[in-house]
Design a binder for this molecule. Structure first.
Ligand SMILES: C[S@@+](CC[C@H](N)C(=O)[O-])C[C@H]1O[C@@H](n2cnc3c(N)ncnc32)[C@H](O)[C@@H]1O
Length: 321
């Protein structure tokens, strides 16, 4: 089997056979060697989390309940839900604050608090309504932590977040010194676009963060302007339904083709053992590696389960051949 085949087999193993501990994941241990202080970071995720509402209601957390399922799979774009497809209760609004405590690595690679720098705070608006993009999915803090622990990679860079929803990773990247960040969500889900705009305002980031509708697999004039202007494409929990895999990969492929050297980094929550993106990666000339959270958490003392909440979540790094 050639390299391409090997890579794709790994992805297939991950996505299909539920093998979460891969050789690629082990290789990534070096990449995890710029991590954060354990006690303070762990505390920052959990204890510095402020919530406006204590009476959480039961919200739709299952993709099986998605309105996408009711619609013909052949018509991908028209199968996307619009605001009318949701039976909205009046959404409850709340804000969550994430506080990331600065760290430095000691000579043994262990993270210790950096007292010279201020904590970084990101406030996220959440609406409790039955829609994918209106509250923070478990993959979002995983990608945010990857960005936090590898922040040097993102400083001064131009970033686009796909399917941003509540946009924790993109907003954090902006706070950490990304040059510019574009938050995007489906053109047809105006409430998600509004939520992104709310996040930009709450975090006073309107100078460097813009919000733009971008529906996967659709190429509008504003999408076609995204040439030679992006270093990283990011996204959390975008592979949530097989019906959106191909349009998503088409968009990622176009962005990587038109932004030479750009990479796509996304966090994936595994929801079904028989979902695979292998054939799509092959078709669109994409290479992929898998990274487990435990690799990039090395030296922080944080347990993977503290971050993933025991969901099967991993990172994919995707780039053009
Ligand atoms: C499972 S949610 C994840 C939201 C957020 N990234 C997070 O991790 O909390 C999937 C996101 O993809 C967006 N989305 C779904 N289908 C889309 C499409 N066809 N084009 C663009 N965005 C889409 C949804 O509106 C939603 O924000």
């Amino acid at each position: 089997m050639d390299d391409k085949g090997e890579k794709c087999k790994e992805v297939r193993d991950i996505l299909v056979n539920n093998k979460l501990h891969t050789a690629e994941g082990e290789k990534d241990s070096d990449e995890a060697s710029c991590s954060a202080d354990n006690n303070s970071t762990s505390k920052s995720l959990n204890s510095s989390f402020h919530d406006d509402l204590s009476d959480d209601e039961n919200i739709c957390r299952s993709p099986q309940k998605s309105p996408v399922k009711k619609i013909q799979p052949a018509r991908v774009e028209s199968a996307l839900p619009s605001d009318e497809d949701f039976q909205f209760k009046k959404p409850k609004f709340r804000k969550k604050k994430f506080i990331f405590h600065p760290f430095v690595r000691n000579s043994e690679g262990v993270c210790v608090p950096d007292q010279d720098r201020e904590p970084v705070e990101v406030t996220i608006p959440e609406q409790l309504a039955a829609s994918y993009g209106l509250y923070i999915w478990p993959s979002a803090p995983v990608l945010a932590w990857y960005i936090w622990l590898n922040q040097d990679q993102f400083v001064g860079k131009r970033i686009i977040e796909l399917g941003a929803g509540t946009a924790l990773p993109g907003l954090l990247a902006a706070k950490l010194g990304a040059d510019k960040v574009i938050l995007t969500d489906s053109l047809r889900l105006s409430h998600c676009i509004q939520n992104c705009e709310e996040g930009v305002q709450l975090n006073s980031l309107s100078e460097k963060v813009t919000v733009q509708p971008l529906t996967w697999g659709r190429f509008t004039s504003s999408t076609l302007k995204l040439r030679d202007s992006i270093d990283f494409v990011i996204g959390s929990d975008l592979f949530f339904d097989p019906e959106v895999f191909e349009p998503l990969i088409v968009t990622v492929s176009w962005l990587l083709d038109n932004n030479p050297g750009a990479k796509f980094v996304c966090s994936v929550q595994e929801r079904a053992a028989d979902w695979s993106i292998e054939s799509l990666l092959l078709r669109w000339n994409l290479l992929c590696s898998v990274q487990q959270p435990k690799n990039f958490l090395k030296g922080t003392g944080i347990n993977e389960a503290d971050l993933t909440g025991n969901h099967q979540i991993f990172l994919l790094h995707i780039w053009k051949k």
